[in-house]
Each structure stands twice: as structure tokens, then as C-alpha cells.
Design a protein around this ligand. Structure first.
Ligand SMILES: NC(=O)c1ccc[n+]([C@@H]2O[C@H](COP(=O)([O-])OP(=O)(O)OC[C@H]3O[C@@H](n4cnc5c(N)ncnc54)[C@H](OP(=O)(O)O)[C@@H]3O)[C@@H](O)[C@H]2O)c1
Length: 272
């Protein structure tokens, strides 16, 4: 069995690095196909694996084909590899917005087609990863799940949730970063130097998450535990409730999800 990763960019590298550091696959069982010469050189030197420029060679040499190219390069790659997809192939796509129905138009012969939504923290093995499939062999779903467990936590979900997942965990890192920035600037406003405020905010978020997880607390537990009567926390909470922070976050994620559906339709028009 051999895994071919088409597209050795940020996500392709994160997956490659996770697989190698967890010993999920041996180096000789992985082949990367990448169009940029500099990237090929970098990946070969850093990971000591075979990196080629020929996608067809990759398809012909591998059983599992992981598509890690940008959605805008998807059509050219699918058209290129389509005639070479056989019944022993498993197609795994991480492209945002490209549904299984569309991938299968180009990869009809494949044994299984699996769609995955990773996110940026996969690069530090802390990804929130969703997997979906319509018709796929049990062993291929298991393989894909184990592969992505090398870079994060994996949930198997119906494809109808994928636009929401893309907004929630795919775009989520940007929303979380914005909130962290708001906290950091509040520290600066109070006179704390930026770098110290930033470090304190990161420690605050890490600490709260660890506390919730280790004690199995609800979010409401934390709110109650920090809100002493007529104290400082309740005054701040009142402002957040009045300004509608929960509604703002929900609107942001809905807007992101709607854009995801729009992009899927645009991609469909281009790919059909
Ligand atoms: N980044 C994220 O947070 C994230 C989250 C979830 C899902 N994804 C999905 O992951 C996929 C990859 O994203 P990324 O951020 O890793 O993008 P990226 O860094 O741009 O990586 C894509 C790589 O594929 C190469 N490539 C382009 N055309 C190719 C071809 N015909 N044959 C072989 N290689 C080719 C690109 O080279 P060039 O630079 O020459 O084009 C680039 O090195 C996307 O479909 C995206 O939707 C990304």
C-alpha cells in the first residue's frame, strides 16, 4: 500500500509530517507530487521522501491518492489523473467546498472516495478534522481516520454538515485569533506591554480550556464560578450580553457557511 499526496503545500506538508512523526507509514510508502520545484527540493531534503512533479506517475504508483491542491487547481488535476484512476484506488480530498458528487464524476472507477475537512492547527497536530463519504469501503474509512488522527481529532459526519464544519473549524482559527487580539489589546489599553498581554491572554485561553476539559465542566460552570455578586466579572458579562456577543459569533459563522455554499456552487459550475 502506498499513499500519494498530490500538492505538497501547507496542508500536504502538515499531513506528511504527522504521518512520519507518528510512524503511521514508512517513508518508502509515501510519494508526494508537487508542481513547484523549490517545494519539491524542500520536501525531499526535510523529509527524505520521494517527491515528483508527475501526478500521473503518482496515481500509477499509489493506492491511496490524497488531493491536497487548492480548489482552483482541482479541475486541471482531476482531468489529468481521471483516465488513470482504477478500481484499486482510494481518493481522499481535503479541498474546501468540493463535494463528493463532483469528485466522483472524475474518479468513477475508484474503490472509495472520502472527503476530509482539516484545519490550520493540523500543522501542530491539534487539528479538528471532519471526514465524510457516500460509498466507501470500511477499511478505507478506517485508514483515512487513522491517517488524520496523526494530526488531530477526527469526527465522521454526514456531508450535509460540511459547509458548517468549514466555517466552524476551517475558518474558526481566524475568528479565535480575532478574539485573542481583542483580549490582548484590552491589556494594552490598561497599560500592559503588548507582548506581555499577548502571552497572558494565550495562557488564559489555554488555562480555561484545560480546566474545562480536566474537570469536565460546562461553559456555564465557568461563568458562575467567576461571577461573584456585584463583582467585576458580572459587570463585564453584562456588557457582552447587551452587545450580543453570542449572536455576533453565530452570525459570523452563518455568513461564513453561506459563503462556503456559494463557493461550492461556483466550483460546481466550473467543474461540470
Ligand atoms: N490551509 C487551510 O487552513 C486549509 C483548511 C482546510 C482545508 N484546506 C484545503 O487544503 C487544500 C490545500 O490547501 P493549502 O493551504 O495546503 O494550499 P497550498 O499551500 O497552496 O498547497 C497546494 C500545493 O499544491 C501545489 N499544486 C498546485 N497545482 C498543482 C498540480 N497541478 N500538481 C501538483 N501540485 C500542485 C501548489 O503549488 P503552486 O503554489 O505552484 O500552485 C502548492 O504547493 C485546499 O484544497 C484547501 O481547500 C486548507
Amino acid at each position: 500500500m502506498k499513499l500519494g499526496i498530490i500538492g505538497g503545500g501547507m496542508m500536504g506538508e502538515a499531513i506528511l509530517s504527522g504521518i512520519l512523526s507518528s510512524s503511521f507509514l514508512k517513508k518508502e510508502n509515501i510519494l508526494v507530487s508537487e508542481s513547484l520545484e523549490d517545494r519539491r527540493k524542500y520536501l525531499t531534503e526535510k523529509y527524505e521522501i520521494e517527491v515528483v512533479s508527475d501526478n500521473v506517475y503518482t496515481v500509477n504508483s499509489c493506492e491511496y491518492i490524497l488531493l491536497a491542491i487548492k480548489p482552483q487547481n482541482f479541475k486541471e488535476v482531476l482531468q489529468e489523473i481521471s483516465p488513470h484512476i482504477k478500481s484499486h484506488h482510494v481518493i481522499i480530498s481535503i479541498a474546501a467546498g468540493i463535494p463528493i458528487s463532483l469528485i466522483s464524476k472524475y474518479t468513477k472507477e475508484a474503490r472509495s472516495i472520502i472527503r476530509v475537512m482539516p484545519n490550520l492547527p493540523c500543522t501542530v497536530n491539534k487539528g479538528a478534522i471532519a471526514i465524510t463519504y457516500s460509498e466507501a469501503k470500511e477499511e478505507d474509512i478506517k485508514f483515512t481516520k487513522s491517517l488524520f488522527e496523526t494530526i488531530g481529532k477526527v469526527w465522521i459526519l454526514p456531508e450535509k454538515y460540511f459547509d458548517t464544519v468549514t466555517a466552524l473549524t476551517g475558518s474558526g482559527p481566524a475568528f479565535v485569533a480575532l478574539i485573542l487580539q481583542g483580549f490582548t489589546l484590552s491589556g494594552v489599553k490598561g497599560g500592559i506591554p503588548y507582548d506581555i498581554s499577548r502571552e497572558m491572554v494565550i495562557q488564559l485561553f489555554e488555562g480555561v480550556l484545560e480546566y474545562i476539559k480536566s474537570k469536565n465542566l460546562t461553559f456555564e460552570d465557568i461563568i458562575r464560578m467567576t461571577s461573584s455578586p456585584a463583582g467585576t466579572t458580572i459587570m463585564g458579562l453584562e456588557v457582552l450580553y447587551n452587545e450580543g456577543i453570542i449572536g455576533i459569533i453565530m452570525n459570523a459563522i452563518t455568513s461564513s457557511k453561506n459563503r462556503g455554499s456559494e463557493i461550492t456552487n461556483e466550483i460546481k459550475e466550473g467543474l461540470l
